[in-house]
Design a protein around this ligand. Sequence first.
Ligand code: PMP
Length: 460
Amino acid sequence: MLDDNNKASATTADIQALDAEHHLHPFTNTGALNKKGARVITKGEGVYLWDSEGNKIIDGMAGLWCVNMGYGRKELVEAANTQMNQLAYYNTFFQTTHTPVAELAREIASVTPGDLNHIFFANSGSEAIDTIIRLVRQYWAIKGKPYRNILISRENAYHGSTVGGTSLGGMSGMHKQGAPLVPNIERIRQPYWYGEAGDMSEEEFGIACAKALEEKILEVGPDNVAAFVGEPIQGAGGVIVPPANYWAEIQKICQKYDILLAADEVICGFGRTGSWFGSETLGITPDIISMAKGLSSGYLPIAAVAVGDRISNALIEHDDDFNHGYTYSGHPVSAAVAIANIRLMKEENIVDYVANDIGPYFQQKLRDTLGEHPLVGHIEGVGLVAGIALVKDKATKELFPDDLDIGMICRDHCFNNGLIMRAVGSRMVLSPPLVISRDEVDELIEKARLCFDLTLKSVS
Ligand code: PMP
């Protein structure tokens, strides 16, 4: 509960103690967190959050890359409220449908690129990825080639944390836990030019990384491969923008061996890169995409997989059930919020704003303000997503020792200075709400500069 000054009426310590008593946090060392107490977030408005001590924080991460239209949007609240009153729940398993799910499928199809016009619903990015795994394998089974069941993804990719998502992803820290993984998943190197290219030019490296796909296909046998899956821009891996020629080469290789191309748009979708989907920004023509997060601006859990004609025709013409789905696939309230969110995005021309106004402004300002900072080795990003490599030595790209955990030091300074910026190893990442104004971008980046200065002091 909040009092008039926006402070929790239970004290922060009370809530922290309650949280420590019963709550196991995701991706967290809960024991360590319990000792220091979690920060209690109480309110959001626009690009700002408030905590239970009354501190105002600028959210450079849009929650977890999802609150694209900003906090406190009454239109989305209203859509949920109206739908809750009308029909709070019904499923779409057994020969039934409802207006929100049918309308949302059309709304999504109106913004997806190419022929990605058929939509399967899920509740999270991870579930959407599991859907992709099952769907591409089922596609080939329908085509009489059930042996085409290998999926190829990349090291340091993030595709969620269900068993399927963990297996498809390339996060070694996740692979070590909860094994064994799902079989018949192969991985190739990531296209991280700044960190892994050695002396190669961006162009040479783009070709080399795409060639790695062809080598892998030949190694496992082209007729055993179902699909290649990749994030247009890797997000949770540290915001890694591939070389400009990379995706065109990947696309050619997929075509050459008749392999389905899947783009995981969970972060890049819904305007983040200045197009409705990252595939458009990066020049990819995928057969299938996953989406979540920005679909409802994070207001309610909802995710989807959009498939092109090749897959939808196979499924629709195949005279059998697709035995897959979730109780809350296309949940009417989540769907109503997602419809309102997409309409709001259209009304406010938000994708154009990211592409032609705030995105370029943000990218330029980042480089102007932080490019010369002694800690900053490299800045990459498109639209309103960016990754900043922290280095010990700009000239040699030497990194700080792992056990120093420079990213965490920087993240903690941000945390203590009213800015949410995330650390991925030694990379700092930003993904603010798309509705951020120029003044707010200035504030965010000035705060980042202060925190980089404090970080430098901490390690000098
Ligand atoms: N794919 C990508 C590219 C993601 O970034 C994420 C989440 N960060 C997921 C899948 C998983 O989504 P969720 O956490 O909603 O399951």
